[in-house]
Design a protein around this ligand. Structure first.
Ligand code: ADP
Ligand code: ZN
Ligand code: ZN
Length: 734
């Protein structure tokens, strides 16, 4: 008896055994099968087979259907799936189901159905030319089909004046039939003719050196860091590297951060290459996603461009992977299957034996450490492309200064001058809404969220207190619940407040606010960007959304009213993130001919991080931070996994993680356990949250522990009383 081991879409960390009905060929790993599961049916993937099972033979259920003759994922991707699920300690069945399009999980064919065409039957072919004389329209249809032995599709026939009735009449006489169009050559959908749709830019010296280095290294596995300052033309390097790969008939996978996948980005690739391109993003319907996935898998598209999850798109002929803005936090999935898209992409390149390029102006410390260790090679672009010059960055000491809506007098004056010249000013604030705090001026009461240990943000449009942690919303009180005073004041500055302030401060100048609230409607971000690109004096105020990737040629002044908040955060990654953000925001200034300037307001003008960043640049700053991490044994010098648990009753997550901590300490695994401790946001949406951080200098030691710890935790009765998760290489400790 053959027993199949299956990964089923289930949160349990286990495989499921089923019987293969006799006489059926044993399906390979990765093939989809349909099985009974409780009262329902599930589609799972075969992971292997054998003759023995721990389930008694009488209880083994038979497989209902083997769906495909071939695995859903090519071999390298199958291995990637197994590696990723294991590395991130996620149940294989659930991991696999997240890697596949919904419709593939539901049993839709892996291959798109070939189009159907009408064709003559042997009897139709043998028909005498005048046999249908008395049925003029049938005669005309027969004539057309005899001129097109490959067959004609229904729409083509309709356009030629042939009705469905005539075709059916001919079919009834067995003269024509509806059949699959002849299968095309694989990859035949790639447009014939020249690949380039436009002439590439003439590469600068540094760009040319990077392109040549990539070309000379050949087509095997290698990781490159393309470190180019903002505006240095990294995209042109990608495009010219891609050209060589596409010309060889291979496919390119491009991963971009969530907010980087704009129509402008896609347009740049489309403008350069004539080959078909598939875009994968969260806005696709299930059907569109399936079509893109099939086209990539069948090799019908040359370029696949998408966000994090696109890293799992199968490719028939992979040739190159590009990860743009590799430092971006959106590559790490923050819930459920907590993989890091960049790290998975590197592993994928290794399994596929192809090169991968990680591009950014501000490499993650992990990536820099890999360069220092000689595992990754660095290509540098230190000059801005064309005639653009890097911006000058200046700290504005605001100690003791009077701020109007968060802005000091010198900064306001500089803004006015810039606008008077008909140029644009970008103001970056890290908080949407009107103000982060609502305070009673008489007694000091502050509005809080009833369900979280957090203060809700005051929003103006509509007026409400909105908790950004749990989503709860309510109208603000009219008077202080503590002392009944009506002197309630918003404290701190959000995007809405600046927008209001600018209307008064700079009358007549258009203000564009770009944040999650102002861009909620589909297409509104594109509309805003269009207005900004129209040029002329304007104020741009926004969050991260505005800070990254965009090319605004008329912005010559960037203002960061509060650069201090990142300097004193509890998260050890905060300084790295702050440095990256400052460089990225600054990079929006002066991207055309006119020089740009960046003003950083700070209470800490002598802070070593700011000093290093401004005087010696990002790389020097990153090296210092890396040194600090080494001293503390923190990533990338040490390796972390974070166990999180939460429940309404606070003692449950604590007790659960105490068990884990005790096992680790007593087991002598060589892994440090820090905690359990209350999470930084100890109560969220009414749940008490507890953390246990695991750390080891040796990645293998940490993973060996997780391999035994996680399954053990899963079977504890207490595991069912809490919501818990494991986060390998956590990026945020919140
Ligand atoms: P980044 O490195 O920030 O991604 P981009 O790739 O967006 O930079 O390039 C910035 C600008 O420089 C773009 O407008 C691009 O068209 C232009 N550019 C890039 N390379 C060249 C070049 N070799 N010659 C002229 N302009 C270039
Ligand atoms: Zn009060
Ligand atoms: Zn809340």
């Amino acid at each position: 008896m053959t027993i199949l081991h299956l990964a089923l879409p289930s949160p349990l960390r286990q495989l499921f055994d089923y019987r293969l009905p006799p006489g059926l060929p044993v399906p390979a790993a990765g093939v989809r099968v349909r099985v009974p599961f409780g009262r329902q049916q599930l589609i799972g993937l075969v992971t292997g087979h054998g003759e023995h099972s721990d389930v008694p033979a009488g209880k083994l259920k038979p497989v209902i259907e083997v769906l495909d003759a071939e695995p859903a994922l090519p071999p390298a991707l199958w291995r990637l799936a197994l590696w990723t699920a294991r590395y991130y300690q996620h149940p294989l069945g659930d991991a696999l189901s997240q890697m596949l399009p919904v419709l593939v999980r539901q049993g839709e064919p892996l291959l798109s159905r070939p189009p159907q065409v009408w064709r003559l039957t042997p009897r139709g072919l043998a028909l005498a030319p005048d046999a249908l004389q008395r049925a003029r329209r049938q005669q005309q249809a027969w004539q057309l089909l005899s001129e097109h032995p490959q067959g004609l599709g229904e729409t083509a026939l309709k356009a030629l004046g042939v009705s469905r009735d005539s075709l059916q009449a001919l079919a009834a006489k067995e003269l024509v039939l509806l059949a699959d169009a002849h299968a095309q050559e694989p990859g035949a959908a790639v447009a014939p003719g020249p690949l380039l749709a436009e002439t590439p830019l003439t590469a600068s010296g540094e760009q040319a050196a990077a392109i040549a280095a990539l070309a000379e290294a050949g087509d095997g596995f290698r990781v490159w860091l393309l470190q180019g300052i903002t505006g240095s033309g990294k995209t042109e390097v990608y495009l010219q590297a891609m050209e060589r790969v596409l010309a060889a008939g291979l496919q390119v996978l491009v991963l971009v951060p969530e907010i980087g996948l704009t129509p402008q980005t896609v347009a740049r690739f489309q403008a350069r290459f004539r080959c078909p391109l598939a875009v994968l993003h969260s806005g696709l319907s299930d059907r569109e996603r399936l079509q893109a996935w099939r086209a990539a898998r069948a090799g019908e598209v040359g370029i696949v461009i998408g966000t994090r999850s696109a890293v799992f798109t199968p490719l028939a002929r992979p040739g190159l992977i590009i990860v743009d803005e590799e430092h971006d936090l959106s590559f790490k999935q923050q819930e459920g299957f907590r993989y890091h898209g960049r790290d998975v992409a590197v592993r994928r390149a290794q399994l596929e034996d192809i090169p991968i390029v990680l591009g950014t102006a501000t490499p993650a410390l992990e990536t820099l450490a890999n360069v220092q260790a000689g595992r990754y090679r660095r290509l540098a672009l230190t000059q801005r492309a064309g005639s653009a010059k890097p911006p000058t960055v200046q700290c504005v000491d605001i100690r003791g200064q009077t701020l109007v809506d968060g802005l000091s007098a010198p900064v306001r004056a500089r803004m006015a001058e810039t606008l008077a010249r008909g140029e644009q000013v970008l103001v970056f604030v890290n908080r949407r809404g009107y103000a982060p705090v609502l305070l009673c001026h008489d007694c000091g009461w502050q509005a809080d969220c009833p369900r979280c240990d957090a203060r809700p943000t005051l929003h103006r449009d509509p007026v409400r207190l909105h908790c950004h942690h749990c989503g709860a919303e309510r109208p603000p009180p009219r008077s202080c619940p503590q002392c009944a005073s009506t002197d309630l004041r918003p404290v701190g500055v959000g995007t809405e407040r600046l927008e209001d302030a600018f209307v008064d401060l700079f009358p007549g100048v258009p203000v564009y606010r770009v944040d999650r609230d102002s861009t909620r409607r589909k297409g509104s971000l594109q509309a805003l960007i269009g207005q900004i690109h129209a040029g002329g004096a304007a104020l741009l105020v926004g969050t991260q959304m505005l800070a990254k990737g965009h090319h605004f040629p008329d912005v010559t002044l960037v203002v960061i009213p509060d650069s201090d908040s990142g300097l004193f955060s509890a998260d050890f990654r905060a300084p790295e993130r702050l440095a990256q953000l400052l460089v990225q925001v600054a990079g929006r200034a002066g991207r055309a001919e006119r020089a740009g300037q960046v003003l950083l307001q700070t209470h800490q003008p002598d802070h070593p991080l700011l000093e290093t960043l401004l005087n010696r640049g990002y790389l020097a700053c990153a090296r210092d931070l890396l040194q600090e991490r080494r001293l503390l044994g923190l990533p990338p010098a040490g390796h972390l996994a974070l166990l999180r648990a939460e429940a309404t009753r606070p003692e449950l997550p604590l007790a659960f993680l105490q068990q884990a901590a005790m096992t680790i300490v007593q087991g002598g695994y060589g892994v440090q356990a820090w905690g359990p401790v209350p999470a930084p946001l100890a109560r969220k949406a009414g749940k008490s949250r507890v953390h246990l951080l695991l750390k080891s200098e040796d990645r293998r030691v940490l993973h060996a522990l997780l391999d035994v710890l996680v399954p053990w935790l899963e079977q504890l009765p207490e595991a069912r009383q809490v919501r818990w998760s494991v986060d390998v290489d956590p990026q945020e400790l919140g």
